[in-house]
Design a protein around this ligand. Structure first.
Ligand SMILES: Cc1cc2nc3c(=O)[nH]c(=O)nc-3n(C[C@H](O)[C@H](O)[C@H](O)COP(=O)(O)O)c2cc1C
Length: 327
């Protein structure tokens, strides 16, 4: 039985987010209140495969801890605090997907997730991400390839490309019997510009019931709190709820706290911890990636705009900490 089937419903999961759910942010969330399932940022299956080919020429292997390889860095996690954890990969080539899924298994992840919803042009150009919605046979081949690694396989996708085509697309995905499917309840075209269409979820659940009853269904889009997620799961029949932007500035979201519940000192303390973790765990990443977290943590109190402006100029955790301490 896969770990997905052991989760108590409704379960809550972390959304995969590039340049957000890195090792430092996941550690912060783990310490403040873990979700049932952690997710990595997306990682290119082709990139993992080609880096490996290159290295195997020289007789070395990149497995495990090659900090020079940013793709491997993105697949680093702390098994003591991040459980269960799923590694997300993208790609449209079954061979590289099978390789990457095997690597994810060897690194000790609990599951592998296939990105079939990302609207990024560079991802779509490779036939991956949301472009998969236009090539259901390729999507099925990719799911089957990932399964050869022996880990539970999940898929994260949208309800259609230009328009909602759940009745065509979801059966194609379910035919390959993934262990879980996350539906971001918007089309590719809608990006994140319209409210998520939770009214579609009962139809998703009915298709699952008819076609692949063991597959867990996770709803995603605009969920801000556990309370709202519980209500949506109850109303729509989703097994689990994924929270993305609701984690910004609120690493307590999975224990039911809203941003307003948390005293300012705790938020600033969390930001300092995140900045130090970011430097320690993702040494080659640009410090400016933290700006979105600075915006999210430093808001809603008198003097927030001034403090935020100062923090936006910082280039190291030490500098950021010093400004916060003297504020
Ligand atoms: C900054 C950012 C990065 C994202 N990166 C990924 C990613 O790497 N993989 C993925 O499947 N979705 C990615 N997403 C989409 C989110 O996982 C999620 O589907 C979307 O934000 C909607 O959920 P929310 O309303 O709870 O934020 C990203 C979204 C944002 C805002």
């Amino acid at each position: 039985m896969s770990f997905w089937q052991q989760l108590k419903k409704p379960f809550f999961v972390m959304a995969p987010m590039a340049d957000v759910t890195d090792a430092a942010f996941r550690a912060l969330v783990a310490k403040r209140g873990a979700p049932d399932v952690f997710w990595t940022e997306f990682v290119a299956a082709d990139g993992l495969y080609h880096t490996r080919e290159h290295r195997s020429d020289t007789g070395t292997t990149i497995y495990g801890s090659d900090s020079e390889n940013p793709l491997m860095r993105d697949l680093t996690f702390d098994p003591a605090i991040e459980r269960s954890i799923v590694g997300q990969i993208f790609g449209s080539n079954p061979e590289t997907i099978a390789y990457a899924a095997k690597l994810v298994a060897e690194l000790g992840f609990d599951g592998v997730d296939l990105n079939m919803g990302c609207p990024d042009r560079s991802v779509e150009k490779q036939g991956a991400g949301a472009a998969m919605i236009k090539t259901p046979e390729v999507a099925q081949a990719v799911i089957r390839a990932a399964k050869t690694a022996g880990l539970p396989v999940s898929v994260k996708t949208r309800v259609g490309y230009n328009k909602e085509i759940l009745d065509e697309w979801l059966p194609a995905v379910l035919a390959a019997e993934p262990d879980a499917v996350t539906l971001h309840l918007r089309t590719r075209k809608e990006m994140s510009l319209v409210p998520a269409r939770w009214e579609l979820m009962p139809r998703v659940v009915a298709l699952r019931d008819a076609l692949s009853p063991e597959t867990r269904i996770i709803g995603n889009g605009d969920v801000e709190s556990v309370e709202q997620g519980r209500r949506l799961a109850e109303e729509t029949g989703a097994d689990g709820i994924m929270i993305g932007r609701g984690m910004f500035g609120n690493p307590w979201v999975f224990v039911g706290r809203t941003s307003e519940d948390t005293p300012l000192e705790e938020k600033l303390e969390a930001l300092v911890e995140l900045a130090h973790g970011f430097e320690a765990l993702t040494p080659k990443k640009n410090f400016s990636i933290l700006k979105k977290h600075i915006k999210a943590f430093v808001t809603g109190f008198s003097g927030a705009a001034e403090l935020r402006a100062l923090l936006m100029e910082t280039n190291s955790a030490a500098e950021l900490e010093q400004i916060i301490q003297s504020a």
